[in-house]
Design a binder for this molecule. Structure first.
Ligand SMILES: [Zn+2]
Length: 337
């Protein structure tokens, strides 16, 4: 599942592309993914202009100019893919077409994708976009739908804009969703009322961070970190990474953690999340971000999925065990209970 940095990467990517676009039509063949009355879609989505792309925890919100919003949760396998308008052929192409030499030679984007090597990286993405003259931009669950021809079998929702570009919501397992609702209702949704503060907000302090944990004094620090009502958006990767950074054992009880330790944990959590956003997301799979670049935070992970490797700090062997119901990675030398 994408974590906060990945969803933020999606948000930043979409923000550059879809603000100001006007929805021409929205269609879905999967009511579970798009649980909105057709009359509402027609009335409040069709013809609306996109004014903002926001994020709260792992939820994306696309605001419209009519005080409605689309709320989006990618869940396990959701992804958003923006496909811009294909540009006219270049003059060279036009000449080739006139000469008949291009017929049948211009491969579709999906054919190109099929031939991309497994280590497909930024350079490949740029080449792809140059050759097809198509501005494309996929984020979310890492599979071929991010870069292949759309719609495909995993496409649940198609939003077409008046300029001919499209936003596809693909979701193999159908746990994700896109809901249309009045913007004013969003803060009243149960999850929105309960979710903790955004860890990366500039005005969030380590003292407030420490204060949030008091309600979970009797649980382990890892369980509390993963509790979305304590702090928003911390998943397994960033919990393990920040606990290693702060030299805290994940099973330490919250009540035993000192102010200095909370301060350090706060700094570590923000720095690993910011690094992940800077690197275009993580995650534990071949995550592809909004610009088709593969997320590379995992290249920088110090303990997550590094069991058996030496600790970057003390060279002791990193171990994996279960804590807070999740696979947990620590250095047994740096993080003692
Ligand atoms: Zn160590």
């Amino acid at each position: 599942m994408p974590e906060l940095p990945e969803v933020e990467t999606v948000r930043r990517g979409l923000e550059k592309l879809i603000i100001g676009k006007v929805v021409k039509a929205a269609t879905s063949n999967t009511p579970k993914s798009f649980p909105n009355a057709p009359a509402d879609v027609e009335r409040f989505l069709t013809g609306a202009e996109i004014t903002a792309v926001r994020r709260r925890a792992k939820v994306l919100m696309i605001d419209l100019d009519n005080e409605y919003s689309l709320m989006i949760h990618l869940k396990m396998t959701g992804q958003l893919v923006y496909v811009g308008v294909t540009q006219p052929f270049s003059s060279e192409d036009t000449r080739a077409v006139k000469n008949g030499s291009l017929a049948g030679e211009r491969r579709s984007p999906s054919e190109k994708v099929a031939s991309l090597p497994d280590h497909f990286d930024t350079r490949a993405a740029e080449v792809l976009s140059d050759e097809t003259s198509e501005l494309r931009f996929g984020a979310g669950h890492p599979n071929d739908s991010l870069i292949g021809e759309l719609p495909d079998r995993s496409t649940r929702i198609i939003i077409e804009f008046t300029d001919g570009s499209h936003l596809y919501f693909n979701d193999q397992r159908k746990f994700g969703w896109v809901k249309l609702l009045p913007s004013i209702e969003i803060p009243n949704i149960d999850f929105m009322k309960k979710v903790g503060p955004e860890p990366l907000e500039a005005d969030f302090t380590w003292q407030e961070f420490a204060e949030r944990f008091k309600r979970r004094a009797k649980t382990s620090i890892k369980a509390a970190l993963l509790d979305q009502t304590v702090v928003a958006g911390v998943g397994n990767i960033y919990a393990d990474e920040s606990l290693w950074g702060a030299k805290l054992h994940p099973q330490r009880l919250v009540a035993t953690i000192t102010g200095d330790e909370f301060h350090l944990l706060f700094d570590e959590l923000r720095s690993v999340m910011n690094l992940a956003i800077e690197k275009g997301g993580s995650t534990d799979k071949n995550y592809v971000n909004a610009e088709g670049k593969r997320g590379s935070y995992m290249d920088f992970a110090r303990v997550f999925r590094r069991e058996g490797s030496p600790c970057p700090r003390c060279k002791a062997t990193i171990v994996k065990f279960k804590a807070a119901g999740r696979g947990t990675h620590i250095c047994p030398n740096c993080q003692v209970l």
